[in-house]
Design a protein around this ligand. Structure first.
Ligand code: NAP
Ligand code: HSE
Length: 428
């Protein structure tokens, strides 16, 4: 007997998944066991890129998760509700769930995994982070014996696509965002991409897997790319950096709190993540004894996510076929405790700052004095340009505690010669 799927959603990810599952030649033979039994959508009248028998499409998603014939529910509709309730219902009904919904997992992971564990079923989420890149299973299985130190990722395809085109073509932010939406990379509401919230959801999931604890999403600092200007991209380039939206989870010692954050970052051109361009994502995992491992691939789009969703489905088909009563501990979620997250003031990092100042003698000296008063040591300070009659001064610091750097900035803001501080970015 075939394994029956109830797919919730037939948008970019759902359509890609159905296309892959309908075209089985040359792929894994277990795909033959899968039947697309029901597909839930909002509208039955919308033109679709895939052909499905009329009885398969339905607008009653509740009926799909309650249908005793459905073995696996594939949630690719997105959003928080009704996705959360439908996932919980499916799990309570004893169905395995595959989801691409990082927003729901990052917010409701605790109740979703608790419900799954109680029901003895699995929740699979490979497509939720990194699109087509296998990173969830490797963190859960292949790398699980390592002590993880850092997970650093470019995990949002839309913002990487925008930053790459701003850098290579000098393109305008709004035009490139419209292209990312047309290509199916951006979320329905692109605010989540542009403001770093999508990347925050993803790093919360990766940190949870890497460091073996739950992450409270509210503790994850996130800053998006709206404030990244062409001017900063050009300065970064001159200083030997590219600007990337990085999602970082780091643990300095086994007993220290985690640092989990998303922000635009100056990345040295020689760093492996500096050359990840366009919609591509990459996740660099550092641990002991493995050292560095980097996962790279397409981070969004129909084909990429279909690969990840279908591989999760295949894992579940294999589990259903092997018919073991005991859940595989490498597939379930085994942690219940929350990780402690350090406040941003405790972060130790380098900074890039751009100042607009009056063109007066001694301004650079005054800046240096304020930084020195707070123990901020400067790696470089350059004055290369003017904006109208104001001088533009760019500073890169050595490693400094963020709290101390902010105190120095507060003092600098009070200097009579300072007009404004248009940019403040962290440096990897
Ligand atoms: P999408 O193109 O907007 O498709 C959403 C689908 O779900 C549509 O078919 C829609 O029905 C259906 N749907 C939504 N709300 C519904 C409701 N209340 N009742 C019934 N049907 C509903 O979204 P997507 O880009 O495929 O993304 C789906 C999920 O995958 C999201 O969680 C997203 O974050 C995640 N994801 C996306 C990508 C990507 O590259 N796009 C990559 C990784 C993960 P209609 O077709 O009738 O409107
Ligand atoms: N909107 C997301 C991105 C889709 O641009 O990365 C993949 O999760």
């Amino acid at each position: 007997m075939g394994v029956k799927l109830g797919i919730l959603g037939l948008g970019t990810v759902g359509t890609g998944t159905v296309q892959l599952l309908q075209d089985k030649v040359g792929r894994h033979p277990l795909l033959q066991e899968i039947e697309i039994y029901r597909v839930g959508v909002r509208s039955l009248n919308k033109p679709r890129a895939v052909e499905l028998p009329t009885e398969v499409l339905s607008t009653d998603l509740e009926a799909i998760v309650n249908d005793p014939a459905v073995d696996i529910v594939v949630e690719v509709m997105g959003g928080l509700e009704p996705a959360r309730s439908l996932i919980l219902k499916a799990l309570s009904n004893g169905k395995h769930v595959v989801t691409a919904n990082k927003a729901a997992i990052a917010r409701f992971g605790a109740e979703i995994f608790t419900t799954a564990n109680k029901a003895g079923v699995y929740v699979m989420l490979e497509a939720a982070v990194g699109g087509g890149i296998p990173v969830i299973q490797p963190l859960k299985q292949s790398l699980s014996v390592n002590r993880i130190h850092t997970v650093t990722g470019i995990v949002n395809g839309t913002t990487n696509y925008i930053l790459t085109r701003m850098q290579t073509e000098g393109s305008n932010f709004g035009d490139v965002l419209a292209d990312a939406q047309r290509l199916g990379y951006a979320e329905a509401d692109p605010t989540a991409d542009v403001d770093g919230l999508d990347a925050a959801d993803k790093i919360a999931i990766l940190a949870s897997l890497g460091f073996g604890g739950r992450i409270n999403l509210q503790d994850v600092y996130s800053e998006g790319i709206r404030q990244v200007s062409k001017t900063d991209i050009v300065y970064a380039e001159k200083l030997g950096f590219v600007i990337k939206l990085l999602a970082i989870a780091k643990r300095v010692t086994l007993s220290s709190p985690l640092s989990v954050r998303v922000h635009p970052t100056l990345v040295p051109k020689t760093h492996p993540l500096a050359s990840i361009n366009g919609v591509y994502n990459a996740i660099l995992v550092e641990g002991e004894p493995i050292g560095q491992v980097m996962f790279f691939g397409p981070g969004a789009g129909a084909g990429a996510t279909a690969s990840a969703v279908s591989s999760d489905i295949l894992n579940l088909v294999a589990a259903l076929k092997s018919n073991t009563a005991v859940p595989n501990p490498l597939l379930t979620c085994g942690h219940q405790e929350y990780c402690q997250i350090a406040p941003m003031t405790e972060l130790v990092t380098r900074f890039y700052a751009r100042f607009l100042t009056k063109d007066q003698p001694g301004v650079i000296g005054k800046l240096g004095t304020c930084f020195g008063n707070h123990g901020v040591s400067l790696e470089s300070i350059v004055q290369t340009g003017f904006q109208e009659e104001l001088a533009e001064i760019v500073v890169v610091t050595h490693d400094v505690r963020e709290g101390e750097f902010r105190e120095a900035l507060a003092e600098i803001r009070n200097l009579e010669a300072i007009d404004s501080i248009p940019s403040l970015l962290r440096v990897l």
